[in-house]
Design a protein. Structure first.
Length: 153
Protein backbone atom coordinates (compact mmCIF):
# COMPACT_ATOMS: atom_id res chain seq x y z
CA UNK A 1 0.00 0.00 0.00
CA UNK A 2 1.34 3.46 -0.88
CA UNK A 3 1.71 6.35 1.53
CA UNK A 4 -1.16 8.22 -0.13
CA UNK A 5 -3.37 5.12 0.16
CA UNK A 6 -2.47 4.67 3.84
CA UNK A 7 -3.20 8.36 4.51
CA UNK A 8 -6.65 7.99 2.91
CA UNK A 9 -7.35 4.72 4.73
CA UNK A 10 -6.47 6.37 8.05
CA UNK A 11 -8.92 9.18 7.19
CA UNK A 12 -6.31 11.84 7.91
CA UNK A 13 -6.78 15.39 6.66
CA UNK A 14 -3.63 17.42 6.17
CA UNK A 15 -3.54 21.08 7.17
CA UNK A 16 -2.58 23.59 4.48
CA UNK A 17 1.17 23.59 3.86
CA UNK A 18 2.53 26.30 6.17
CA UNK A 19 4.30 29.27 4.66
CA UNK A 20 7.80 30.14 5.91
CA UNK A 21 7.86 32.37 8.96
CA UNK A 22 11.29 33.72 8.15
CA UNK A 23 14.10 33.66 5.63
CA UNK A 24 14.30 29.95 4.84
CA UNK A 25 12.86 27.28 2.54
CA UNK A 26 10.40 24.76 4.00
CA UNK A 27 12.09 21.95 2.05
CA UNK A 28 15.42 21.71 0.27
CA UNK A 29 15.90 18.73 -2.05
CA UNK A 30 19.45 17.60 -2.72
CA UNK A 31 19.67 14.54 -4.92
CA UNK A 32 17.38 11.94 -3.40
CA UNK A 33 17.14 13.60 0.01
CA UNK A 34 14.53 16.12 1.21
CA UNK A 35 15.56 18.27 4.18
CA UNK A 36 12.46 19.63 5.91
CA UNK A 37 12.77 22.75 8.05
CA UNK A 38 11.32 22.89 11.54
CA UNK A 39 7.52 22.74 11.57
CA UNK A 40 5.00 23.80 14.17
CA UNK A 41 1.80 21.95 15.16
CA UNK A 42 -0.43 23.67 12.59
CA UNK A 43 -4.13 22.83 12.74
CA UNK A 44 -6.39 22.73 9.70
CA UNK A 45 -7.90 26.10 10.67
CA UNK A 46 -4.49 27.82 10.51
CA UNK A 47 -3.93 28.05 14.26
CA UNK A 48 -1.09 26.35 16.13
CA UNK A 49 -1.01 24.32 19.31
CA UNK A 50 0.68 26.33 22.04
CA UNK A 51 1.62 25.32 25.55
CA UNK A 52 4.23 23.83 27.81
CA UNK A 53 4.28 20.09 28.50
CA UNK A 54 4.42 19.46 32.23
CA UNK A 55 2.75 22.81 32.94
CA UNK A 56 -0.46 23.51 31.01
CA UNK A 57 -0.18 20.39 28.79
CA UNK A 58 -0.16 16.69 29.64
CA UNK A 59 2.08 14.09 28.01
CA UNK A 60 -0.89 13.01 25.87
CA UNK A 61 -1.57 16.58 24.75
CA UNK A 62 2.11 16.91 23.86
CA UNK A 63 1.91 13.73 21.81
CA UNK A 64 -1.11 15.14 19.97
CA UNK A 65 0.86 18.33 19.26
CA UNK A 66 3.73 16.23 17.88
CA UNK A 67 1.28 14.28 15.72
CA UNK A 68 -0.19 17.53 14.41
CA UNK A 69 3.33 18.73 13.62
CA UNK A 70 3.86 15.52 11.65
CA UNK A 71 0.69 16.24 9.66
CA UNK A 72 2.06 19.70 8.82
CA UNK A 73 5.32 18.09 7.64
CA UNK A 74 3.38 15.66 5.46
CA UNK A 75 1.47 18.59 3.97
CA UNK A 76 4.70 20.39 3.11
CA UNK A 77 6.21 17.24 1.61
CA UNK A 78 3.12 16.65 -0.53
CA UNK A 79 3.06 20.30 -1.64
CA UNK A 80 6.76 20.19 -2.58
CA UNK A 81 6.95 16.70 -4.09
CA UNK A 82 3.45 16.45 -5.58
CA UNK A 83 2.74 13.21 -3.73
CA UNK A 84 3.83 11.47 -0.52
CA UNK A 85 4.48 8.37 -2.61
CA UNK A 86 7.86 9.87 -3.57
CA UNK A 87 9.03 9.46 0.04
CA UNK A 88 10.88 6.15 0.34
CA UNK A 89 11.93 6.44 3.97
CA UNK A 90 12.15 8.62 7.03
CA UNK A 91 15.87 9.06 7.68
CA UNK A 92 16.02 11.36 10.74
CA UNK A 93 13.76 13.50 12.90
CA UNK A 94 14.82 16.17 15.36
CA UNK A 95 12.13 17.32 17.75
CA UNK A 96 11.99 20.10 20.30
CA UNK A 97 9.44 19.94 23.09
CA UNK A 98 8.56 23.03 25.08
CA UNK A 99 8.50 21.64 28.60
CA UNK A 100 9.17 22.35 32.24
CA UNK A 101 12.53 21.54 33.81
CA UNK A 102 10.91 18.67 35.72
CA UNK A 103 9.39 17.04 32.60
CA UNK A 104 11.73 14.36 31.25
CA UNK A 105 9.65 12.44 28.72
CA UNK A 106 10.45 14.39 25.54
CA UNK A 107 11.04 11.17 23.54
CA UNK A 108 7.55 9.97 24.51
CA UNK A 109 6.09 13.26 23.25
CA UNK A 110 7.86 12.83 19.91
CA UNK A 111 6.31 9.37 19.59
CA UNK A 112 3.17 11.20 18.43
CA UNK A 113 4.98 12.25 15.25
CA UNK A 114 6.96 9.02 14.86
CA UNK A 115 3.84 6.85 15.13
CA UNK A 116 2.10 8.95 12.48
CA UNK A 117 5.00 8.46 10.08
CA UNK A 118 5.10 4.71 10.82
CA UNK A 119 1.36 4.56 10.07
CA UNK A 120 1.69 6.51 6.80
CA UNK A 121 4.99 5.16 5.42
CA UNK A 122 4.99 1.71 7.03
CA UNK A 123 6.82 0.31 10.07
CA UNK A 124 10.15 -0.09 8.31
CA UNK A 125 10.32 2.99 6.07
CA UNK A 126 8.43 5.26 8.47
CA UNK A 127 10.74 4.93 11.46
CA UNK A 128 14.16 6.53 11.25
CA UNK A 129 16.80 7.86 13.59
CA UNK A 130 15.52 10.50 16.02
CA UNK A 131 16.51 12.99 18.69
CA UNK A 132 14.19 14.69 21.19
CA UNK A 133 15.20 17.80 23.08
CA UNK A 134 13.42 19.70 25.84
CA UNK A 135 13.45 23.49 25.81
CA UNK A 136 11.82 26.23 27.83
CA UNK A 137 10.78 28.34 24.83
CA UNK A 138 9.80 27.86 21.18
CA UNK A 139 8.66 30.44 18.61
CA UNK A 140 5.25 31.96 19.36
CA UNK A 141 4.77 29.63 22.33
CA UNK A 142 4.32 26.50 20.20
CA UNK A 143 4.45 23.22 22.10
CA UNK A 144 6.53 21.19 19.63
CA UNK A 145 8.81 21.80 16.66
CA UNK A 146 10.04 18.98 14.41
CA UNK A 147 12.40 18.93 11.43
CA UNK A 148 13.20 15.93 9.29
CA UNK A 149 15.31 14.30 6.64
CA UNK A 150 13.57 12.04 4.11
CA UNK A 151 14.87 9.82 1.33
CA UNK A 152 12.86 10.39 -1.85
CA UNK A 153 12.66 9.08 -5.38
Amino acid sequence: MSAEQRLAKLGLELPPAPKPGGLYKPVVVVGNVAYVSGHAPWRNDGTVIVGCVGDDMTLEQGQQAARQTGLAILSTLRFTLGTLDRVTRVVKLLGFVRSTNAFQQQPAVLNGCSQLFADVFGPDQGIGARSAIGTNVLPNGIAVEVEGIFEIM
